[in-house]
Design a protein around this ligand. Structure first.
Ligand code: PLP
Length: 439
């Protein structure tokens, strides 16, 4: 069936609320490429929104999933306990940041991981307050959307939202109201001081169950939080007896060149949430945390019919093997270096490229109209369209919609990196060349 027919059927059968960035109906995907129903081929720099870190249809993942599907598909952990659930928990506990003993709980999605982390934190501390951040995205279920920052399209229509959620400023260095980076390239620390003031005057330090933060804000615009900020936040949480929930749903599983984005800063959160690339497209989420915290809820307090499904677990175990065997952490670092190098050169040429940032293979390019850093969403839309016409899938992101995010599979070959660099540069040049010169 051709794409034009599928578009008509989709319009008739699927709610318009489930929006798609690209008018693409995928028919096949292999490695770094996707083919649509009309046979067009695309270099996929979305990786299914940070899911296909090991590439599409990796043979090891397919083999593991096929084997498990033939053995059995589901019993439910609440009914009987399959050993692969335990094995994956052991592996994640060993990979999770920090040296304290860990335990794990499995669900199906990133939003569920966040929901359960909040439940666990509240029971473990006996407190209610959750401090989330501006530019945050934590999912779309009721608690998760309440924790998400952006009003439109995520939150605004869905009031009332969950209670006892407070919003602090994310350290967005490029748009820092205090002038940005300090002499060492770190955060000027005004943000942590302001959080301290906000918590003690508005919430009460003894009321905070947890700080919930993405170490690299994903949907907010691929904004890495500076090391000094994260360290100060960790210290402050410990000081007031609150927990630190590290949302690694988008940044984790090797994307940034380390297993977890916080590994770059040698920090130990109390709870880590993961999903997306954990299981290469098979639904799975996890909360991994300090054993004492994870055991705070009693038997039966947590559960899920599908959570920890054996087929998804098989995919996750194979995914971890592939990341280790193929050296994908180092590859993520190299991919990031190649792209930031090219983009910094372009930035010197085009004043509309306001910021190039990221960690490893999680690179954001922020486009602005002028020296006042007025966000330019339109140019990002043009770049995405030009790239698609040239056979490349790009994704926009950012609170203001003016950021291109690069999150290709970490298995990109050298030739595919070159192809991606060429297509991206061409799409940016074409879009910016068509722009009026500012007065
Ligand atoms: C940081 C972060 N947390 C949570 C979520 C929600 O994950 P899911 O869409 O699997 O519910 C996302 C999804 O983009 C995310 O990026």
């Amino acid at each position: 069936m051709q794409q034009i027919d599928l578009a008509q059927r989709r319009a008739n059968a699927v709610t318009r609320a489930a929006a798609s960035v690209h008018p693409i109906y995928p028919a096949k995907a292999q490695g770094s490429y996707v083919w649509d129903a009309d046979g067009n081929k695309y270099l996929d720099f979305s990786a299914g929104i940070a899911v296909m870190n090991v590439g599409h249809s990796h043979p090891k993942v397919i083999e593991a999933v096929t084997r498990q599907a033939q053995e059995f598909q589901h019993l439910c952990f609440a009914v009987g306990m399959h050993d692969s659930y335990i094995e994956l928990a052991e592996r994640l506990n060993a990979l999770a940041p920090g040296h304290d003993p860990k335990k794990t709980f499995f669900i199906n999605t990133g939003a569920e991981a966040v929901e359960n982390a909040v439940k666990i934190a509240r029971v473990a501390t006996g407190r209610q307050g959750i401090v989330a951040f501006t530019h945050a995205f934590h999912g779309r279920t009721h608690m998760a959307l309440s924790l998400t920052a952006k009003a439109h399209p995520y939150k605004a229509p869905f009031a009332p939202r969950a209670a006892e959620i407070y919003r602090a400023d994310y350290p967005y260095c490029y748009r820092c109201p205090f002038g940005g980076r300090d002499a060492n390239g770190g955060c000027c620390q005004h943000d942590v001081e302001r959080i301290r003031e906000q918590v003690s005057t508005v919430i009460g330090e003894d009321q905070v169950a947890a700080f919930l933060i993405e170490p690299v804000a994903g949907e907010g615009g691929f904004i890495p939080a500076p090391r000094s900020f994260l360290r100060a936040l960790r210290d402050y949480a410990t000081e007031i007896g609150a927990l630190w929930i590290d949302d690694e749903v988008q940044a984790g599983m090797g994307r940034t060149g380390a297993w977890w984005a916080v590994d770059h800063h040698d920090l130990q959160p109390d709870l880590v949430t993961t999903a997306k690339a954990l299981s290469s497209g098979f639904p799975l989420g996890a909360v991994v945390g300090r054993s004492d915290v994870m055991d705070a809820p009693g038997p039966g307090h947590l559960g899920s019919t599908f959570g920890g499904n054996p087929v998804s677990i098989a995919a996750a175990l194979a995914t971890i093997d592939v990341i280790e065997e193929e050296g994908l952490l180092a590859r993520a670092t190299l991919i990031g270096e190649r792209f930031t190098h090219m983009l910094h050169a372009l930035q010197a040429e085009f004043h509309q490229i306001g910021d190039v940032r990221g960690v490893g293979a999680m690179v954001g390019i922020e486009f602005v109209k002028d020296d006042a850093k007025t966000p330019d969403k339109t140019v990002v839309e043009h770049i995405v369209e030009h790239a698609r016409d040239d056979g490349m899938i790009l994704l926009p992101t950012g609170t203001f919609g003016n950021v291109i995010r690069l999150l290709p599979p970490l298995t990109l070959s050298d030739a595919e990196i070159d192809e991606g660099l060429a297509k991206l540069e061409a799409a940016i040049r074409k879009s910016l060349a068509a722009q009026p010169v500012p007065a």
